[in-house]
Design a protein around this ligand. Structure first.
Ligand code: SIN
Length: 514
């Protein structure tokens, strides 16, 4: 078994992981980044970064209060207002730092960023790059800034080592076999868990790794029932795996959601119509599909000005699927997109285990509540990632080298992936029911233990653990709220307007995250 040492180990190389790495490196800490996959969810982000700009503040067009209010409204009563304010208010500083690292955003005139709108936003406050290739630009700039850091590709973090209430390192599987990187600070920045489902907008590596690692280390999780289904994933028959996102910014620029008859899908559903928060639009689409028995609805972008230049990524995906979106509506369905919950942390990424941090989609800071506001994810990753890097560097400096503890190949329950994805897609998608969730629980409990000797063994076990946590949380929430819709409890219940914290064994341990 190989052994190495670092001050800060970061698992994941998307926006949160790289922002954390750069911050810890700037403080003189020895940073090691572990990356199992070549693609990140950050790279695929299209719409942009929601941020209140100084110009907009000065000219009265936007305010931190307005961005906070929109975030809280989308979050359906479960956001933590203090966390939201802390992250939103720090947004412009973090974006300015990203620009210093080389990121470039689209402009209307030199020196003035172009702003778009997405669901749930009452203002145009979303900056973007390359039209609809914002994530690719963020990833490019951060990759470039982090080019001299110690990034280990094809390294799978299998387990966290915790000794006497403090993290001491990570057990890793690499081309050189099993090893350990010992460090007093570890940051989980592994992204989401879209591959819980048969089809998703997420890249291959989004298998819930960080949430599973944290739960196996005994850490609490919260809000995992709130899996956000993006209203417009390109429909391509029954094909599974990663499927192209059709950015919500298209609706911000005038595209309309219609059914097969050409009727609006959202008329009369919400005052913001097609630009209602994502959970509302996804539920309206699901309702229309089940009423009509249709496989998809359509996004009519034929009236969007300058479509090919403004939305080159969407245009390329459509053309690849044989669709000319300048002339015909794009077939779309809701697709698994984002986990609003995760490992319970504060707004500096701190967890309940000394030295262990989580940032980005893997974490539950209280920013997203029951439904994340569009384009708040890159914002949170940048802000909390950077802060977690600072906090991890300080922790490493204070505690000194980690203690060496023994590591071994872990054994965990794991269902075969296709079986798990079919069951989750059937019973835990946009609409759930008590009966379906009971069936799902039984199926998940039939998972058999597996020694985690490969990336796919590890991912199957991580997906099984996270599916169990999502199912337990969805079963316990006997109401409909945000992204969580129960056909047997179709209304929100004011008595349940609070997050529940679940322990690693899927049992509720507390109500409220503070
Ligand atoms: C989109 O471009 O519609 C996705 C942006 C997001 O998930 O926030």
């Amino acid at each position: 078994m190989w052994r190495q040492r670092a001050d800060v180990v970061i698992v994941g190389t998307g926006v949160a992981g790289l922002a954390a790495a750069l911050a810890a490196h700037r403080r003189g800490r020895r940073v090691v980044l572990l990356s199992k996959a070549s693609e990140t969810a950050t790279f695929y982000a299209q719409g942009g970064i929601a941020v209140v700009l100084p110009d907009a503040l000065r000219e009265g067009g936007d305010s931190v209060d307005a961005h906070v209010a929109d975030t809280l409204a989308a979050g359906a009563g479960l956001c933590d207002p203090q966390s939201v304010r802390s992250i939103v208010a720090d947004g412009y500083r973090a974006v300015a730092e990203l620009v210093s690292a080389g990121a470039r955003f689209d402009e209307t005139v030199p020196g003035r960023w172009a702003l778009t709108r997405e669901g749930g936003h009452t203002r145009r406050r979303i900056i973007h790059s390359g039209g609809d290739a914002t994530g690719a630009e963020v990833q490019r700039a951060l990759d470039h800034a982090a080019a001299t850091l110690d990034i280990r590709r094809n390294h799978v973090a299998l387990d966290l080592l915790v000794d006497d209430g403090a993290v001491t390192g990570v057990t890793v599987l690499s081309g050189d076999g099993l090893g350990v990187v010992y460090a007093p600070s570890v940051i989980l920045a592994t992204g989401g868990s879209g591959h819980l489902y048969s089809a998703t907008t997420n890249p291959d590596g989004s298998t819930g790794d960080g949430v599973a690692l944290a739960m196996w280390a005994g850490l609490p999780v919260s809000d995992l029932e709130f899996i956000q289904f993006h209203p417009t994933m390109l429909y391509a028959g029954h094909g599974g795996g990663r499927r192209p996102l059709i950015t919500e910014a298209l609706r911000g620029e005038g595209a309309k959601l219609i059914d097969r008859q050409g009727e609006s899908v959202t008329d009369g559903v919400h005052p913001m119509g097609d630009l209602a928060p994502r959970d509302v639009v996804a539920a309206a689409i699901e309702a229309r599909l089940s009423e009509a028995g249709d496989p998809c609805v359509y996004l009519d972008a034929t009236g969007v000005a300058d479509f090919e230049r403004r939305f080159p990524t969407v245009n390329a995906s459509c053309l690849q699927a044989g669709i000319d979106a300048t002339r015909q509506p794009i077939p779309v369905v809701p697709g698994a997109h984002y986990s609003c919950g995760g490992v319970v942390t504060d707004v500096h990424g701190r967890t309940g285990v000394a030295g262990l941090f989580a940032a980005g989609e893997v974490a539950r800071t209280g920013m997203h509540g029951a439904n994340r506001l569009a384009s708040n994810s890159l914002l949170e990753g940048l802000v909390v990632g950077g802060r977690a890097g600072v906090a991890a560097a300080e922790h490493a400096e204070q505690t000194g080298p980690a203690r060496v503890v023994e590591a071994a190949v872990p054994t965990r329950p794991a269902l075969p992936r296709a079986e798990l994805q079919r069951a989750m897609t059937r019973h835990a998608s946009v609409v759930r029911s008590g009966e379906g969730l009971r069936e799902l629980t039984e199926q998940l409990e039939s998972a058999t233990p597996r020694a985690l000797r490969s990336r796919s063994d590890f991912e199957d076990a991580a997906l099984t653990a996270v599916a169990g946590a999502v199912t337990a949380a969805a079963s316990a929430r006997t109401e409909s709220r945000g992204c969580h819709h129960r056909s047997d409890f179709p209304e929100p219940d004011p008595a349940q307007a609070v997050s529940t914290v679940f322990g690693a064994d899927h049992a509720p341990v507390a109500v409220g995250c503070r």
